[in-house]
Design a binder for this molecule. Structure first.
Ligand code: FAD
Length: 281
């Protein structure tokens, strides 16, 4: 581990369950005991080595089995570049099939995280293709992406499941709305169509105004949905929503490849830079 990683690790622990599956299961059981479901992600992205990509499948199968054996209320979420997307798409498809079969054998859902704009097109088309024979598959859609309205329509036309997020990657204005106001407006538009036409979707934001908007939309909708939060962010709000009777899940990443994920968490909120500084001085 380099010096940079060593300095960030104490702060990163806030968002990461730990290095191994055991740590993730401990957090998952704890979240369940607090009335929340879980979405568990084995950290990894942009894997080009085929042996390493095969090993990701093995870990996801272990994770699904552990969720089942532990009686945990939750499921896995995977990144397609960790299954080799971009280096061998055929092999990635076969790996995704294996993880999907693992989920179906245990009657679990499976979700696909959305990554940077370099992989959006392939992620959406892979999702639509796989979902046609695996209805328990969902995908994240990013409100900052200009194309998301079109993608969402295609997904909802097919009866797909969406996790709506703002978007976590650094993108240019051609791909993404550049201002917070435009991203929030886009989130509101996409959320309205989810409450109109979606089922089993997730409102995955920590933004209080958007959460209030979702609660208002839920009053006049029969759609089944849940709020989803990241581990380590807005814990009091999670508890309040559970107490008010909303379905809530916590996203729990684990594994040794925590650096890229943690950089995104630090970048998205200035208070995290202070946390980081306080931990090293
Ligand atoms: C369950 C879940 C799954 C996700 N999956 C994906 C995915 O697949 N692809 C993707 O691109 N993005 C994903 N994201 C991340 C998402 O895109 C945003 O980057 C992240 O949620 C921050 O945006 P926000 O909607 O919370 O709004 P923001 O406006 O960023 O935050 C609203 C408020 O929440 C709090 N907050 C937010 N983030 C932090 C933080 N890191 N530390 C401390 N406080 C914070 C602050 O109080 C802030 O004012 C996911 C998010 C969640 C909750």
């Amino acid at each position: 581990m380099g010096i940079k990683e060593k300095l960030v690790l104490p702060v990163a622990k806030r968002w990461i369950s730990g290095a191994d599956l055991h740590a993730a299961m401990e957090d998952a059981k704890d979240a369940n005991s607090r009335g929340m479901g879980v979405v568990v992600n084995f950290l990894g992205e942009e894997i080009t080595d085929q042996v390493a990509a095969d090993a990701q499948v093995d870990e996801y199968l272990r994770l699904q089995q552990a969720l089942c054996d532990g009686g945990v209320r939750g499921f896995a979420s995977v990144k397609l570049t960790q299954l080799g997307m971009g280096s061998d798409d055929g092999a990635m498809g076969r790996r995704l099939d294996k993880v999907l079969e693992g989920a179906e054998r245990l009657a679990q859902l499976l979700w696909i995280d959305m990554e940077s704009s370099l992989s959006t097109e392939k992620t959406v088309s892979t999702y639509l293709d796989a979902h046609s024979s695996h209805p328990g598959l969902g995908v994240a859609i990013q409100a900052y992406a200009r194309r998301s309205e079109t993608d969402m329509k295609l997904i909802l036309d097919q009866g797909g499941m969406v996790r709506l997020v703002k978007g976590a990657y650094r993108e240019g204005p051609d791909f993404a709305f550049p201002t917070r106001a435009e991203i929030s407006k886009s989130y509101e538009r996409l959320m309205a169509s989810l409450f109109e036409r979606g089922e089993g979707f997730a409102i995955a934001t920590h933004d209080g105004a958007l959460i209030e908007r979702a609660k208002a939309l839920a009053e006049s909708s029969h759609a089944k949905f849940r709020f989803e939060f990241l581990k380590g962010v807005r814990d009091e709000l999670k508890t309040d929503l559970v107490k008010s009777g909303y379905a809530v899940s916590e996203y729990l990443p684990y594994g040794s490849q925590w650096w890229a994920y943690s950089k995104r968490r630090i970048a998205e909120h200035p208070s995290n830079v202070w946390l980081l500084l306080r931990s090293v001085v």
